[in-house]
Write a protein that binds this ligand. Structure first.
Ligand SMILES: [Zn+2]
Length: 159
């Protein structure tokens, strides 16, 4: 097991965001310089052109971004595996990937009734929070329905 932490992922995300911004700035610069160079009859292949230099800088930046993205992917994968190990998950849930939580399109979530139009995170309605595709936790929908039936029966008996 590695010692990757959430902090490492954040650091990588920050570095990636910074690189993305640098790349966007470099792209803007190259666009402006391309326009200028074209007016003076220069091409990126020309040794006199600053475009050749800028192009190589951009290529370098893109390589760095790719490297960071790979690192980030690796760290995420590692953290995910750690989470599965900590939660003692044999087979990750096909719906929530082992997190036990998913996002629903509205506030009714797993209840599936009328809900507000807001993306809402709630317990996974496949594994019911266990995160395991083999061992599900208590089905809240079934529990909810049985409670409603029970309360109706009690109500009828009292009448
Ligand atoms: Zn699940």
């Amino acid at each position: 097991m590695s010692d990757y932490t959430k902090y490492d992922i954040r650091k990588l995300q920050d570095a990636l965001a910074k690189k993305d911004m640098q790349l966007a700035a470099a792209n803007e610069q190259i666009a402006a310089l391309t326009e200028m160079a074209l007016r003076h009859g220069l091409t990126p292949q020309s040794s006199k052109s600053p475009l050749g230099y800028l192009s190589s800088l951009i290529t370098e930046q893109k390589k760095e971004i790719e490297k960071l993205q790979q690192e980030l992917k690796g760290e995420r994968e590692c953290s995910w595996r750690q989470m599965l190990e900590i939660r003692n998950i044999e087979k990750p849930c096909r719906k929530c990937s082992g997190f036990g939580v998913i996002t629903y399109g509205d506030t009714s979530t797993w209840r599936g009734r009328i809900g507000g139009q807001s993306i809402t995170a709630d317990i996974c309605d496949h594994c019911w929070g266990s995160g395991d595709d083999i061992r599900h936790w208590m089905n809240l929908k079934t529990l909810f329905i049985s409670k409603i039936k029970k309360s109706t029966t009690t109500y009828n008996l009292e009448k």
